[in-house]
Design a protein around this ligand. Structure first.
Ligand code: SAM
Ligand code: SF4
Length: 335
């Protein structure tokens, strides 16, 4: 198992499949993109599947989420999902995506064994989308959402980052729209993980502000007995509303900055170039790619992974005065 000195157990593996992306969200990367990882440094599909297999069969991982960069631009994604779905015990499989190309691939991903998708969408306004992502591609994201729903990748979850003065006024409209469509909306506090190091604590839209904005239109009731557990999102039921298929209407807020959930964290992360990170905010990594490529056997790799997680710190403490932003941006870690 992947346990640390604080007794936490990592069962949720985030796998970044690429650091590249077809959008340029302002809170994530600069307009010109980044110095992408060299191709030969990236794990190939078989290497990815082997590491996921080691995690699932030897280390107690039960959930695998593919992310990036943009995971849908990885040509081998469907095959990777299919290979991971064939593992015993079968892990829960999901993808976090910006939704571009999902209209084309949702059915194939479902067929391959994908259970769910999280689609990142920050606005329903085409111009605001263009401003935020520097690309005019909102209609493709909306088509991707509809395709995911139709393919049965349910419940479709939407991740939204609110930026002050850009899309923060849309919080309640986004929730209204998601409830009508049957999508589960989660707001994410903006974190200091942008490649250009432009994050400012004072500019960030806090969970409290988000809840205040939503509270003007909706009555939110903390979800009874759900607890937060290891889930980063605190969830509220939206009183008097249900989803089109009769489920209780919910909204989540991931308050990584103002209400960090490190104490219950159950994550372990694998970057596209084969490095284990025990936290989004880790400043050190463990190189599994070197071990893989020098012929290490499964148990030796599992041992390296266990050691990497054993040293996990208590928390990222973004609000602490001595907080240091990690060198790798979110897009290269895998959000
Ligand atoms: N490209 C995919 C996407 O956008 O969903 C997957 C990778 S992206 C890095 C994963 C998630 O991280 C997205 O929901 C995105 O909104 C979020 N994200 C990126 N930069 C962030 C930041 N600085 N603070 C908070 N969330 C961020
Ligand atoms: Fe790309 Fe996702 Fe970063 Fe936006 S948040 S630039 S979609 S990796």
């Amino acid at each position: 198992m992947l346990i640390d000195t604080f007794g936490r157990r990592a069962v949720d593996l985030r796998v970044s499949l690429t650091d590249r992306c077809n959008l340029r969200c302002t809170y994530c990367m600069p307009e010109q993109g980044l110095n992408w990882l060299p191709r030969h440094d990236l794990l190939d599909d078989q290497e990815v599947v082997r590491l996921v297999r080691i995690a699932v069969t030897r280390l107690g991982v039960t959930e695998v989420r593919f992310t990036g960069g943009e995971p849908l631009i990885r040509p081998g994604l469907v095959g990777i999902v299919a290979a991971c779905a064939a593992l015993e015990p079968r892990p829960e499989l999901s993808v976090t995506t910006n939704g571009l190309g999902l209209a084309r691939t949702a059915a194939a991903l479902r067929e391959a064994g994908l259970d769910r998708v999280n689609v990142s969408m920050d606005t329903l306004d085409r111009e605001t989308f263009h401003t935020l992502t520097r690309r005019d591609r909102l209609p493709e994201v909306l088509a991707g959402l509809a395709a995911a729903e139709a393919a049965g990748l349910r419940p479709v979850k939407i991740n939204t980052v609110l930026m002050r003065g850009v899309n923060d006024h849309e919080a309640a409209d986004l929730l209204d729209w998601c409830l009508e469509q049957g999508y589960e909306l989660r707001f994410i506090e903006q974190m200091p993980l942008d490649a250009q190091h432009g994050w400012q604590r004072a500019d960030m839209v806090t969970a409290e502000e988000i809840l205040t904005r939503l509270g003007r239109r909706f009555e939110l009731v903390p979800e009874p007995l759900a607890g937060r557990g290891a889930a980063p999102a605190e969830r509220w039921l939206v009183a008097g509303r249900t989803t089109p298929d009769g489920r209780p209407a919910r909204v989540g807020v991931i308050a990584s900055v103002t209400r960090p959930f490190c104490r219950a964290c159950d994550r372990t992360r694998l970057t596209a170039d084969g490095q284990i990170r025990d936290c989004l905010f880790a400043t050190t990594e463990t190189d599994l790619r070197a071990a893989l490529r020098s012929g290490a056997d499964d148990e030796a790799i599992a041992a390296l992974w266990r050691t990497a997680m054993w040293g996990k710190k208590a928390g990222g403490a973004i609000d602490a005065p001595d907080f240091a932003q990690p060198e790798r941006p979110m897009s290269a870690i895998g959000g």
